[in-house]
Design a protein around this ligand. Structure first.
Ligand code: SF4
Length: 202
């Protein structure tokens, strides 16, 4: 995979794109770019790894559902995230042809990525990139979702080993909606892809 080809595909899909060689460099860039903003977060292991909440909340108002103590607080913060100026999230997978794939259980991450903000950032490390859309969907379902279920110690069959999807009917199931961003949404002025040429998240 040539990163330049992926960047070209994303630009063709109407996204703005910046590429960095490490999570640290990307975090520095976001820290410089966002100041005095009201920002909402979608859940992301990559963003946690980059310590974006700690960095950005020092000089912005940041709502991050992952900072909540219980489910009620989670939902309260997640709702605020839907109408912030800026929304930051990641993806479960991306195709080399520039399609973004996300799976969600509650829906806050997907909802925030679709509408209601001046600007949305997708922070994507290159280990999420697959050659085709079909393989990206497979990755989201069989790699990202089971590993997320493991991360949250959910009572789902995939959370035992994080090995694959069992298409479960568990009450804890996190795969309730799957979105494919084919191109930039019309009413979000700018959707920026921050590509990171380093293995982060899953
Ligand atoms: S559908 Fe169930 S088993 Fe499959 S990844 Fe989602 S939570 Fe895990």
């Amino acid at each position: 995979m040539k990163i330049e080809t992926v960047m070209e595909a994303l630009i063709k899909n109407r996204y703005s794109v910046h590429c960095f060689s490490s999570g640290e460099e990307a975090a520095d860039y976001l820290d410089r770019s966002l100041n005095g903003k009201v920002i909402g977060f979608g859940d992301s292991a990559t963003m946690s790894h980059m310590k974006l909440y700690e960095r950005l909340s020092a000089h912005n108002t940041v709502y991050d559902p992952n900072q909540s103590k219980d489910n009620d607080e989670f939902l309260e913060i997640a709702q605020k995230c839907l109408t912030t100026e800026v929304f930051l999230t990641s993806v479960n997978a991306m195709s080399e042809t520039g399609e973004l794939v996300n799976i969600d259980g509650t829906g806050n991450r997907i909802a925030g990525s679709l509408f209601g903000h001046e600007k949305v950032y997708f922070i994507i490390s290159t280990n999420k990139i697959e050659p085709t859309l079909e393989k990206a969907v497979w990755r989201a379902r069989n790699i990202a979702a089971p590993k997320n279920a493991m991360r949250y110690k959910l009572r789902t069959p995939c959370a035992v080993k994080g090995d694959r999807c069992y298409d479960c009917s568990s009450p804890d199931r996190i795969c309730n909606a799957l979105t494919i961003h084919m191109k930039k949404m019309n009413d979000i002025e700018d959707v920026e892809i921050v590509l990171i040429n380093e293995e982060l998240g899953f």
